[in-house]
Design a protein around this ligand. Structure first.
Ligand code: GLN
Length: 489
């Protein structure tokens, strides 16, 4: 098998055994980037020279025997461009940050670097992570490797497409309302959105601070566990990161889910769900049952309010977070202005894209005096009810199984022209962020026209190990995650 098709785990075994070098793996990935990147456009920037320097340094140290390789040593990884990388331009998919070069690494990058991986590029994304299709990027659209006329999902669409297309072995993304899980589902890879507080947000450019989490996009659950082992844990630099013990995720994977209680939330199988997706998800549940799990019906009655609640809270937080881009301290500044107020307004109007402006306006409105109680405060109250829904369900189940999206990946342009339809497509992912719990996306089938389908596994607070165990068991019994796309130009 070509090296770019392999997982972190198998490449690590080969590297350790001296069968391949990090340079050979990196060469395979860059050859792939040369072949498919003009079609897919997964990256805003690739750092080819730096990547080979990192690979050669790893090989040299391994040869000398002064480096004990961990799973990620010498492995090519992509980083979503919302995550700060020291000395490397970090745009967030926005024109307003076209020249922003961070002075420091995000904690997640610093933690990865302790393992000496090869950082190959900054992945494309919806501007400031606002979107579900990666069409809201100031740096062009990313295409779905399974069908280049379709979107890869978003906002971590570049990260997902890069992994699916073999342009990276694994990637980091962020998930505020589905942005890891939904592109993972659309690109047929594995994605994990950790519990809020499990992974540090330090150095991750804020979209909606009470919802944002960093997580892995990988070829399988084992690789996701490896990435989680590297990036998770308490960080004194992020006051919202949780000072709780973390398990050793990869070492705990046995594939044994005997006695696991799987809850089926009936509201996630309601009208509007594509019948082929419903069938694939139900088949996946049957597979879990064969592996020893028991199923129980559960209800999450607040599901119907999830989208409305999220699209008040997320834009409200965004409107506040994005106030810092004023043309003075950061990024893009307009060329001509008469006074300070015009400097602010013109820089922001020219620097931000349409979707970001729309959300700043919605958020500013929802937070303004006279409307605050009716919108923001009300949304916060409903958010509590959404969380209680899950707490109730987890009395009867260890994990919940559901779809990720109501439809397969849409055609390019289909949702970009209809923001409301785009928001509604987040119906199965946003409640998880509102509740602050963990969830995964796992490949579970294809539609009759060959488009990927994702299974969502939802766990309680800090239950990542249970999710990974369930996903790992499922992947030991199925091959969906092993099928890779043939990119038709
Ligand atoms: N699609 C959702 C939004 O546009 C979620 C994005 C995300 O998770 N970053 O806000």
């Amino acid at each position: 098998m070509e090296l770019y098709k392999e997982t972190i785990r198998t490449l690590h075994q080969k590297l350790r055994a001296g069968e391949v070098t990090s340079r050979q793996i990196t060469e395979a990935v860059f050859a792939r980037i040369e072949a498919v990147e003009p079609t897919i456009h997964a990256y805003i920037q690739v750092m080819k020279a730096d990547a080979f320097a990192q690979a050669d340094a790893v090989d040299e140290r391994l040869r000398k025997g002064d480096l004990e390789p961990t799973y990620l040593t010498g492995i090519p990884l992509a980083i979503k461009d919302v995550i700060c990388t020291k000395g490397v331009r970090t745009t967030c998919g926005s024109k307003i940050l076209e020249n922003f070069i961070p002075q420091y690494d995000a904690t997640v990058v610093e933690k990865l670097k302790q393992h000496h991986p090869v950082l190959i590029g900054k992945a494309n994304m919806d501007e400031f992570a606002m979107g579900s299709s990666t069409e809201n990027s100031a740096y062009g659209v990313t295409r779905n490797p399974w069908d280049i006329e379709r979107v890869p999902g978003g906002s971590s669409g570049g990260s997902a497409a890069a992994v699916a297309a073999g342009e990276a072995i694994a990637a980091l993304g962020t998930d505020t309302g589905g942005s890891i899980r939904q592109p993972a589902a659309f690109c047929s890879i594995t994605g994990l959105k950790p519990t809020y507080g499990r992974v540090s947000r330090f150095g991750v450019v804020a979209y909606a601070s009470s919802l944002d989490q960093v997580g892995p996009l990988t070829k399988d659950a084992f690789d996701a566990a490896i990435m989680m082992d590297a990036i998770s844990g308490h960080d004194p630099k992020d006051s919202t990161s949780a000072p709780v013990m973390k398990p050793h995720y990869a070492a705990a994977l046995t594939g044994d889910i005997q006695g696991l209680r799987v809850g089926i939330p009936k509201e996630y199988f309601a009208a509007g769900l594509d019948p082929e997706i419903e069938q694939a998800v139900r088949n996946a549940v049957a597979t879990l049952e064969k592996l020893g799990a028991t199923c129980v019906d559960v209800s999450l009655p607040m599901t119907q309010y999830g989208v409305a609640t999220y699209y008040i809270i997320a834009p409200s937080e965004a409107s506040s977070n994005l106030a810092r881009y004023d043309g003075v301290k950061y990024g893009y500044r307009t060329k001509e202005y008469a006074d300070l107020m015009e400097l602010y307004t013109k820089s922001r109007a020219e620097g931000f894209g349409a979707e970001v402006i729309r959300r700043i306006m919605i958020g500013t409105y929802a937070l303004s005096s006279g409307y605050y109680d009716a919108y923001y405060l009300k949304a916060q109250k409903v958010r509590t009810l959404v969380r209680q829904d899950f707490e109730n369900a987890f009395k009867y189940a260890d994990v919940l199984a559901a779809p990720i999206t109501p439809t397969p990946p849409p055609k390019l342009g289909e949702l970009a022209s209809d923001p409301l339809a785009m928001y509604l497509s987040d119906v199965y992912t946003v409640p998880i962020n509102l509740a602050g719990i963990a969830a995964m996306s796992v490949p579970c089938g294809f539609t009759s026209s060959g488009l990927p389908i994702g299974l969502q596994l939802i766990g309680g607070h800090f239950q990542e190990a249970t999710l990974l165990q369930t996903a790992f068991a499922f992947q030991e019994a199925t091959d969906f995650h092993k099928i890779q796309p043939e990119i038709k130009k």
